[in-house]
Design a protein around this ligand. Structure first.
Ligand code: GTP
Length: 645
């Protein structure tokens, strides 16, 4: 009976449920953990007896003997909220592994490698794309403390995750690689924390490396961030050296949250995701009061009332508790079935005790826009719900409906960068089994209109254009404006000349240049965004600048050539043209097939014939018909990925 309940509950194959049920009978696992294991492994399609499954299972089973945690024993002054920030690959997730192990949140094994990187895309690419929360118990000077850790991504394309995490914390661990020293994202992340006035604990990681030079990195930290070198903690996250010192510093240096237990319940939703069975799972930071199962809560955003079904800590797996108190961080489900409910940045409060909503988060500013279309129009509704659910988990993506003559109905999505766009696409495929066509990305432009008729139509003089198809003609525009970014480059001084030439060729204007130590230089350049984000796709920009027009011809030619390589030959000739307005600036031709592919398979060679026909049929399935030309679904992405010739 229980097995079949599990089977229906989790949508998991029966043998897997039987296995878990046996574990429960042997009291090796309780049902709530089994549910969680099943769901996670099923989502990732892990076979029951695979090593991966066993690793996940062993991580979870250490917590299976979950004692009921009484969170009331952690008054606000024994809570610390902090996040780990750094440049990409400086060791944030590895340090998080050690902290989880040392505080007993996960079992100590050699297999713990970036356990907070749970998404398949994170494991495959070896990068963090989503901030993850874990609550740790740590005893310091005889008193047990509750430490809420958030591991953040390092790549600039996911910096929105960092800024959101920072707003839920009072302190940060700023990790710097002892070999590489301060990098561009170290500087950007430092300023994010510094502007929010958080306590910053500098940590120099990878001191076990042969080329590690912690002395030099300490000097850089002192010079660039004005933090005394004595404040730095030297560690090896890989070996666990000095990691205990970090826990001590977190308790001693970071202040407790300014939360009030006696006030009415008020919580900030700082992250949320969609669970197929329980609806929206909201990650909350409790700012005041407490909340328990069965409480009636209201979402300030929609004004709707819900009953709390489940709440608890993330350790990093969900660990249900009776209550959550002021200053604590955890998760909550309340039967929110629609992705529009429990939006990130929303405030939750008790039904009978309304409170003023918290300011929430500044919306992310999309840097790159691309069209997204279903491979087949019949998949439109499915893809819409997949995009809605994924954007609930990734708030930095902006979505507008869009349609194109060739590709049908779709959306224009805004991303923080090209990697962000690729990761979003990959997550759609892996987590929602949705395959899409993505068009070439562009950056947003502004146009100052000169035509009174258009100004009246838009109700303003300056409009923002994110879709190339809607770019206004220069005859009705007095001025085009393009987005600029201030870029920071850190490099050994031997490369300075080459870098400056490169920046100049990308229309970069130097703002600043300082030596961070004897050999490394930090340069700040003002760039047009398009030059650095989508460096080969600047046909539209050509309208706003004479400089780019000169490059439009070569860029148009390169894109046409790439499309020629990516689109298969047809029975007829295909012309690929690049145009500025109505003027054709480049052209390539895909020649027609002349021969029948099966022509040489004379009668007897039936297996080869079958293979060729099967291949042809499979190929056709994957293709999307645009007019008379069949275009493979990933052609646009392939065109973008190819390196400049
Ligand atoms: P992102 O989240 O993608 O920005 O990366 P990260 O900062 O979380 O880095 P991660 O923990 O994934 O580590 C990157 C690489 O550095 C991995 O190959 C780790 O094994 C390695 N690494 C981390 N800490 C140490 C260390 O103390 N010593 C050595 N030798 N290698 C380390």
């Amino acid at each position: 009976m229980i097995v079949s309940v599990f089977h229906r509950w989790c949508g998991t194959p029966l043998p897997r449920c039987v296995f878990l049920f046996k574990m429960c009978r042997r009291k090796m696992l309780n049902y709530s953990t089994s549910y969680s294991v099943l769901r996670r492994c099923w989502m990732k399609r892990l076979p029951v007896f695979s090593n991966n499954f066993k690793q996940q299972f062993s991580n979870l089973s250490t917590q299976s003997d979950k004692e009921v945690i009484d969170l009331s024993k952690f008054p606000v002054d024994r809570i610390r909220n902090f996040c780990i920030i750094a440049h990409i690959d400086h060791g944030k997730s590895t340090l998080a592994d050690r902290l989880l192990e040392m505080t007993g949140a996960i079992a100590k094994t050699d297999k713990n490698k970036q356990v907070l990187d749970k998404l398949q895309v994170e494991r495959e690419r070896g990068i963090t794309v989503k901030a993850q929360t874990a609550s740790l118990f740590y005893t310091h000077q005889g008193q047990q403390h509750l430490l809420n850790l958030i591991d953040t991504p390092g790549h600039v394309d996911f910096s929105y995750e960092v800024s959101r995490s920072i707003s839920a914390c009072q302190g940060v661990l700023l990790i710097v690689d002892a070999n590489q020293g301060i990098q561009a994202q170290t500087v950007a992340n430092f300023y994010l924390a510094f502007e929010t006035q958080l306590t910053i604990i500098p940590v120099i990681n990878k001191i076990d490396l042969k080329n590690a030079d912690p002395e030099r990195v300490e000097s850089q930290i002192e010079k660039v961030f004005d933090i005394p070198r004595e404040d730095c903690i030297r560690i090896s996250a890989k070996l666990g050296t000095n990691v205990e010192k970090i826990l001590q510093a977190v308790v001693e240096r970071i202040p407790p949250p300014a939360a009030i237990v006696g006030d009415p319940f008020k919580a900030l939703v700082f992250d949320s995701n969609f669970d197929h069975y329980r609806g929206v799972v909201a990650n909350i930071a409790v700012f005041a009061g407490h909340v328990k199962k069965g409480d009636k809560i209201v979402s300030a955003h929609l004004g709707k009332t819900y009953e709390v079904n489940e709440l608890g800590l993330l350790r990093p797996e969900e660990h249900p508790t009776q209550k959550l108190f002021a200053g604590q961080v955890g998760y909550l489900t309340a039967g929110m079935k629609n992705v529009k409910e429990a939006q990130v940045g929303d405030t939750l409060y008790c039904k009978d005790q309304p409170v003023e909503a918290l300011p929430g988060f500044k919306p992310a500013k999309a840097m790159v826009f691309a069209g997204m279309y279903p491979v087949d129009q019949s998949e439109y509704p499915g893809l819409r719900s997949a995009i809605e659910r994924l954007t609930l988990n990734d708030l930095s993506v902006t979505v507008q409906t869009d349609s194109s003559l060739a590709l049908g109905a779709g959306w224009r999505l805004g991303f923080l960068g090209l990697l962000h766009m690729e990761v979003f696409n990959q997550r759609l495929e892996q987590e929602y089994n949705a395959s899409v066509i993505i068009t070439a990305p562009t950056v947003p432009y502004k146009a100052v209109l000169s035509s009174p008729k258009l100004i009246k139509e838009h109700g303003k003089e300056e409009i923002t254009v994110v879709n190339p198809a809607l770019f206004p003609d220069r005859s009705v525009v007095s001025e085009y404006l393009e987005p600029m970014v201030l870029g920071t480059i850190l490099a050994p001084d031997t490369y300075t000349g080459k870098i400056m030439t490169l920046c100049l060729s990308r229309r970069g204007v130097q703002n600043n240049m300082v030596y961070v130590d004897e050999h490394r230089v930090m340069m700040k350049y003002l760039f047009p965004l398009n030059e650095i984000v989508v460096d080969f796709y600047d046909l539209l920009k050509s309208m706003s600048s004479g400089y780019a027009r000169a490059r439009a011809y070569s860029t148009g030619k390169v894109i046409c050539e790439r499309l020629k390589d990516s689109i298969p030959r047809h029975l007829f000739e295909i012309a690929i043209q690049a145009a500025i307005g109505s003027k054709i600036i480049a052209r390539e031709t895909i020649k027609a097939y002349r021969k029948n592919v099966l022509a040489k398979c004379y009668g007897g060679d039936i297996t080869r014939k079958m293979k060729l026909l099967k291949k042809q049929a499979e190929g056709k399935k994957k293709m999307r018909r645009i007019g008379n030309v069949e275009v493979p679904k990933d052609v646009f992405l392939n065109v973008l990925k190819k390196k400049d010739k």
